[in-house]
Write a protein that binds this ligand. Structure first.
Ligand SMILES: Cc1cc2nc3c(=O)[nH]c(=O)nc-3n(C[C@H](O)[C@H](O)[C@H](O)COP(=O)(O)O)c2cc1C
Length: 321
């Protein structure tokens, strides 16, 4: 099967995985605004092994999202094998990613996510298990180090395995989601790893994203929180990389996109989609003048009609100055 990573034009702009956020609705929105590749939120390989339906819903996608990568987490190579075969057969995404970076206690304490970086033999078994059970390209998303176990040692330990891409969150396990990005480790990874490298961490706008690509020498960038309420970041970054000025979306565009996002999310998840849309609306409202005043309304929406009414009010407020 094709390695889609090799067909992408560099620098590659990826929507990085965000649990509870990068669902099919948000991925479609980001794809529409220039993301070159989108990741699912982390999905449990163990849940696949036990046929949990909710996990199927996490990875289901629309063809418009392609190229689309499903991210699996866990710590049992046999569960990874079952999940990989199942996802490949039933969903046929473009790639499979293994989570080596999640620091959250409920994942880490079970020896999964970032904890995999601390057990090289197990890490190797997991990667092998995924590679052997799919013709799809396999990638890893890692930290720079976890409790003294560093990325470069992991890369040396698995250098003979056919890993096609790496997204490096340039922070340690202890840093979790803030603090400086360790540019140097990503640069050094370049000398050990021949596949696609995406730098990640702290690329919150097109300026910081360009800087991250340039300083790390990576083939592209993974953007996570920078896309919240601002899926335009991908087009803005493309403009900046081509020497242009990033264009801020017009108020009407923000509101139109928020409404479309709500429609997709509610169609996909019903009541749960309404609840999840509340936070997205707050993020969209940060993009427009006076948006803050509507946050209280946003956190109380109960239907798509409520979103439409909020959008209409926000549009009118602008007309009124
Ligand atoms: C709320 C939240 C959920 C996340 N979920 C995932 C996930 O499911 N899988 C994963 O590999 N990383 C996950 N991450 C990490 C992000 O993909 C990314 O590495 C991190 O946020 C740094 O990138 P940023 O500065 O662009 O946000 C999550 C981060 C946050 C804040």
């Amino acid at each position: 099967m094709d390695n889609f990573w090799a067909t992408l034009k560099k620098p590659v702009l990826a929507l990085a995985p965000l649990s509870g956020i990068t669902d099919s609705a948000f991925r479609r929105i980001c794809k529409g605004f220039g993301a070159d590749v989108v990741y699912s939120e982390l999905a449990s390989s163990t849940a696949f092994a036990y046929l949990a339906q909710s996990t199927h819903d996490i990875v289901r996608f629309d063809p418009s999202e392609r190229p689309y990568v499903v991210q699996l987490f866990g710590n049992n190579p046999e569960h990874f094998a079952i999940a990989t075969r199942f996802v490949t057969r039933e969903f046929s995404p473009d790639g499979i990613d293994i989570n080596f970076g999640c620091p959250m206690a409920k994942v880490f304490k079970r020896g999964a996510g970032a904890a995999l970086m601390t057990d090289l033999p197990l890490a190797r078994e997991v990667i092998q298990s995924v590679i052997e059970n799919t013709p799809l390209p396999v990638s890893l998303k890692t930290r720079t180090s976890v409790k003294g176990s560093d990325l470069l040692s992991l890369l040396s330990y698995v250098e003979d395995l056919d890993i096609k891409a790496l997204m490096i969150h340039g922070r340690t396990y202890a840093q979790r989601f803030s603090g400086p990005n360790d540019i140097e480790t990503t640069r050094e990874a370049r000398t050990l790893f021949k596949g696609m490298i995406l730098a990640n961490g702290g690329a919150g706008n097109s300026t910081t994203a360009v800087e991250l690509i340039e300083k790390t020498g990576a083939d592209g960038v993974g953007i996570a929180r920078g896309a919240l309420g601002n899926p335009w970041i991908f087009d803005q970054l493309k403009a900046a990389l081509n020497g242009g000025l990033p264009v801020k979306p017009e108020r009407q565009d923000v509101l139109k996109t928020a409404l479309e996002h709500a429609r997709l999310l509610i169609e996909l998840k019903g009541r749960h989609g309404i609840i999840q849309m509340r936070k997205h609306l707050c993020w969209y409202l940060q993009q427009i003048r006076g948006g803050k005043k509507l946050k209280q309304t946003a956190v109380n929406i109960e239907s798509l009609d409520d979103v439409a009414a909020l959008v209409a009010r926000a549009a009118e407020q602008d007309l009124g100055g």
